[in-house]
Write a protein that binds this ligand. Structure first.
Ligand SMILES: [Zn+2]
Length: 411
């Protein structure tokens, strides 16, 4: 079975990756671009040829369907996003859609049609790389997308969302697309995009939760002044305040330990000049955790620490919390089922959380959802160097196929 999938991946992944191959390296396949449409149409044709009923929904999510013989109205869905970041790799997203098709083809050939309806989905968009909107594909399936949110947005070249959509033959729905009521499960296979599986020499990750995130922009206001004539005791130096905040917070994060992560990713001191005491510093905080209460408690502590430090140093502080996404647990029943399957098949797996966001988090609140991870070499992703050993990819598709067999091909 692993050998079959290894061969199937070698026969199809280079073909699918040829659409949107970027001369500058990797894959660039932005929502509603020519490359995007070409990919969806090619994938549609290939799925049709293999005996799946194919269709697009209103917004360009592509489906390949095998109707269930016993429970045609109960749908098991599997896939991932077909779009990529600029100069992305050829696994993030598209491999999950490709794998669902390879698994379904093998299951159909081996066992005939499913009892429950099975659908492959190549989701229109997840990355937010062209327009300032993420999860457009999955949100439209579960009734979370509001057309008015994208009606007036444009890409970096000034092309409107609706204009780009129309050019691909799709029309923005006039009102939110209602949630599908026929979905019984969503299973997403994806690369880890981190180093945990590789470091532990494990080919399979069973995801039990997707982290919650809080993102802040903080502005510190002190006083810009002459670097030579201002004695140390008279300064209101915002870089000094920032460095105290950063060091104390990181120490606290280290003491807290996994799965909490904390990042000060952007720092912008002003005037950013060698001989001026920096009077203003803007910086960002990205904090993630799988437990909502722990995330809230930790960031509340950070906020209080920052206030205290700034008060001590007579620095003004503005705290802007602009993203507050709760952690999303995967379906307990499906995670148990997947874990039991890995045990039974003697697969080398690990129960783990996802530190990155995925379409699965959009489905999970309303559709029983689980995710399977495969290792990323050196943890690299969103980069042309993104890679996974072919044996690990095959193991991933096999695990997906076994899970789909249980969900759609058996009672
Ligand atoms: Zn992805």
């Amino acid at each position: 079975m692993t050998n079959h999938f290894r061969q199937a991946i070698e026969d199809t992944l280079p073909w699918l990756s040829s659409f949107g191959a970027d001369p500058a390296g990797g894959l660039t396949r932005l929502l509603y671009s020519d490359e995007w449409l070409e990919t969806q149409l090619a994938f549609k044709k290939r799925m049709s040829e293999s005996g799946l009923e194919t269709r697009f929904d209103d917004v360009g999510n592509l489906y390949g369907r095998l109707t269930g013989t016993r429970y045609p109205d109960e749908v098991i869905l599997s896939g991932s996003h077909i779009d990529s970041v600029v100069n992305g790799g050829n696994l993030d997203g598209q491999f999950g859609a490709l794998a669902a098709w390879l698994a379904a083809s093998w299951l159909k050939e081996t066992y005939g049609p499913p009892l429950r309806t099975f659908e492959v989905v190549a989701l229109a968009e997840e990355e937010g790389s062209r327009f300032p909107y993420v999860f457009w594909g999955s949100k439209n399936i579960v009734g979370l997308a509001n057309p008015s949110d994208v009606q007036n947005i444009t890409d970096a070249k000034g092309i409107g969302f609706t204009e780009a959509m129309n050019a691909c033959g799709f029309t923005l729905p006039s009102s939110p697309v209602p949630a599908r009521k026929d979905l019984r499960a969503f299973v997403e296979l994806h690369i880890e995009q981190g180093r945990v599986l590789e470091a532990n020499k494990q080919p399979i990750g069973v995801v039990n939760a997707i982290v919650g995130q809080r993102r802040y922009t903080i502005t510190l206001t002190g006083e810009a002044n002459h670097a030579g004539t201002t004695p140390m005791s008279y300064r209101r130096d915002t870089v000094h305040a920032f460095s105290r905040i950063c060091c104390e917070s990181i120490a606290k994060a280290n003491a807290h330990g996994d799965p909490l992560v904390l990042t000060f990713g952007k720092v912008d001191p002003q005037p950013n000049t060698v001989n001026v005491v920096p009077g203003k510093t803007l910086f960002t905080i990205d904090c993630r955790h799988t437990d909502a209460d722990a995330l809230k408690a930790f960031t509340a502590e950070l906020e209080a620490d920052m206030q205290r430090i700034c008060h001590e140093m007579e620095i003004g502080i503005d705290i802007d919390l602009w993203m507050d996404e709760a952690p999303v647990p995967m379906d307990v029943g499906l995670v148990q089922q997947l874990t039991a399957l890995c045990e039974k098949e003697n697969l080398n797996y690990r129960l783990m959380h996802s530190g990155a966001g995925h379409d699965a988090q959009i489905f999970a609140p309303t559709v029983p959802t689980c995710m399977i991870f495969m290792p990323s070499i050196n943890g690299i992703s969103h980069n042309p160097l993104e890679e996974t050993l072919i044996g690990d990819l095959a193991e991933g598709v096999k695990t997906l196929a076994l899970m789909l067999h249980q969900l759609a091909w058996t009672e």
